[in-house]
Design a protein around this ligand. Sequence first.
Ligand SMILES: Nc1nc2c(ncn2[C@@H]2O[C@H](COP(=O)(O)OP(=O)(O)O)[C@@H](O)[C@H]2O)c(=O)[nH]1
Ligand SMILES: [Mg+2]
Length: 310
Amino acid sequence: MSFREAYKLVTKQAIRWFPGHMGKGLKQMQQKLRSVDCIVEVHDARIPFSGRNPEFQHTISGGAKPHILVLNKKDLTDIREQRKIVKELQEREGIEHVIFTNSKNQQCTGIKRMLPLAHTLISNSDRYNRAGLKEASIMIIGVPNVGKSSLLNVLRNKNLRKKSATQVGNKAGVTRSVMERIKISEDPLIYMIDTPGILEPRITDDEMGMKLALVGCLPDHLVGEELIADYLLYWMNKNHRYEYVKEVGLENPTDHITEVLVSYAKGLGAERKYKNLDGQIVNIPDIMVAARRFIKIFRSGAFGGVNLDR
Ligand SMILES: Nc1nc2c(ncn2[C@@H]2O[C@H](COP(=O)(O)OP(=O)(O)O)[C@@H](O)[C@H]2O)c(=O)[nH]1
Ligand SMILES: [Mg+2]
C-alpha cells in the first residue's frame, strides 16, 4: 500500500481567512501594548512548530517584553514528546519559556506554573521596575480557537474562585475584539487582557494551512469538511496511524477519502436523498455527515494523541 507523501491544494482559497475583525483586533492590540507587562502567546500543542502568526513576532512582541509560549490542549497530544519539543523550540527558535497546559483542568501542572512564571519574569524586567508599578498586565495572544479565553477563565477561576469572565466557543472566531483587562489574581495583583485570534493574513504553505484547519483554527465550512477529512486521512496514513480503519468500518487502510467517507456514512446509517438523471429519487450515503464525524472523533482525541508537525 502506498500513500501520498505530500499534500498540495488545488487552490489556496480554502485556507485564506482574514476577516475584518482580525485586522481591527491587531490594531487594538498594538494600542494596548504600552500598558502590557508580559505577553502570553497561546498555541495548539498539536502543532508546536507551525501555524503561529509571524505578525506577532514583529508587531507585538518586538522582543522587549517577557514572553511565554503556552502550548495548550496538551490532553490531545502525546505527552512523552514534551521535553523534546521544548528543547527544539528553545534551540531552533530561541523561545525560552514554554509551558504545556490543559485549560480544562485546574489541577494541570502547567496551569499552576503559569502565573508564578509570569510574575517572576515581570518582576525581573526593567521596564516594569522603572515604572514602579504594583500591578501587572498580561496580554493573551494567539491564532483562533487555541484556548486563549479558556486559559484566562481557568486562571481566574482558580485564583479568585470566580465564574467564567470571557466567552469560550468550539468554533474559530468567538472572541472578536480586544477585551477590557480582567483581574485574575489578587496577590500579586495581576490582570489579563483577552484578544481575538489572529491568523497570518496570507497562509502560503498548504500543509500549514490544513493543519490549522484540522485543529479548528479556521471555520470548517469555509475550508470544507471533506477537504479537512482528506487532510486528516493523509496525515494518519503517512504516519502509519491506522486507528481510523476500524472506526470507519473498513478492512484495510486506504488513501481515498471517498472510500473512507462512503464506508463511514453507511456504518452510521447516514443517507441523503438524491435525484438521479432519470428523475428518480434515490438514497445515497451522506458523506458530509461522515466527514464531520471523522473530524470530530479526531478532535476529541479518540484516535490518540498527536503531533501534526512530526
Ligand atoms: N481538549 C481541550 N480543549 C480545550 C482546551 N482549551 C480550550 N479547549 C476548547 O477549545 C475551544 C476553543 O476555546 P477558546 O478558549 O474559545 O479559544 P480561543 O478562541 O483561543 O479563545 C473550546 O471548545 C474549548 O473548550 C484544552 O486544553 N483541551
Ligand atoms: Mg476567545
